[in-house]
Design a binder for this molecule. Structure first.
Ligand SMILES: C[S@@+](CC[C@H](N)C(=O)[O-])C[C@H]1O[C@@H](n2cnc3c(N)ncnc32)[C@H](O)[C@@H]1O
Length: 268
């Protein structure tokens, strides 16, 4: 694909209502993927949109990032703990992925950090709304929180949130398949995103997990489909996780909750 055609495809994607908030690196990467399969610009754009839907659009259904931003903007600077926890619960309830985790997230974070030790630096990749679980993580405000996602609205809301709460942070609008996180962390999260990355690039999970500079990485998978039906998902992802851990040469300890299974990967 010529540079001109690439520009044309990327601007067509950027003009679409659904994908205008996706970072440039992702649009270019997916345009390149589509161009390897089609020649006419129209077909490249169509294939790229289909891929973007799988990678990102599907997760946005029924979710309005503008509402999240309003809730963050309604928080005072250095909010009282109760108000902060309540607002964050409301925000977490706005997206299916974090909503499903709400019932057990405090327990899950407590168990993870009991095993890893309290982190000083957290890395949250493809974070979605997970940074809003911060008040329920049981970590101190002196932690440094690095978060990244391809959606600019999410990252701007995360940035505004940590500014208000007074937590040292980085909110990066970026693609983990294009730039590796340049951070040394104690614990990294890659929650419910491995299937989504694998749909974008074969063996993406192993590549990304290799690039993460953290002793402990928490990877999670949904344990049931969004409709609540269990289609043998736990077994399916347990097998996938084992293959990934074997390839990386790390151990993966399982922590199972009703709708999500966490794996704690520890590099030795
Ligand atoms: C299923 S959601 C999970 C969100 C969050 N980690 C959680 O568990 O609540 C997948 C997230 O991955 C993000 N994403 C998809 N592809 C990405 C990529 N290549 N780089 C960074 N983020 C990506 C999407 O924007 C979306 O927020």
């Amino acid at each position: 694909m010529s540079e001109d055609q690439l520009r044309e495809v990327v601007s067509a994607l950027r003009e679409s209502r659904k994908y205008r908030f996706v970072c440039e690196d992702t649009l270019r990467r997916i345009a390149g993927w589509a161009a390897a399969r089609h020649t006419r610009t129209k077909d490249i754009v169509k294939a790229a949109k289909r891929k973007l839907h799988q990678a990102y659009g599907a997760y946005l259904e029924g979710f309005d990032p503008a509402e999240v931003r309003e809730l963050v903007d309604g928080l005072p600077s250095d909010p009282p703990a109760d108000a902060l926890r309540e607002t964050c619960l409301t925000i977490l309830g706005r997206h299916a992925s974090t909503r499903e985790r709400m019932a057990f997230m405090e327990q899950a974070y407590a168990e993870v950090f009991r095993r890893t030790g309290r982190p000083k630096v957290i890395l949250d990749l493809a974070c979605g709304l997970n940074p809003f679980a911060f008040p329920r993580m049981g970590v101190s405000k002196s932690v440094r929180y690095h978060a990244c996602d391809i959606d600019s609205r999410i990252m701007l809301a995360v940035d505004a949130f940590f500014v208000r709460v007074g937590v040292d942070h980085d909110a990066v609008w970026g693609d983990v398949l294009v730039s590796a996180p340049e951070v040394d962390a104690d614990v990294a999260f890659l929650l419910k995103t491995v299937p989504c990355l694998e749909r974008q690039e074969k063996s993406a999970a192993v590549r990304v997990l290799r690039e993460i500079r953290a002793r402990h990485v928490v990877v999670s998978f949904p344990a049931q489909s969004l409709g609540g039906r269990d289609k043998g998902m736990h077994e399916h992802y347990a097998k996938e996780m084992k293959e990934i851990a074997d390839e990386l040469g790390v151990s993966a300890d399982e922590l199972a909750y009703p709708s999500e299974t966490f794996y704690l990967l520890t590099k030795t």
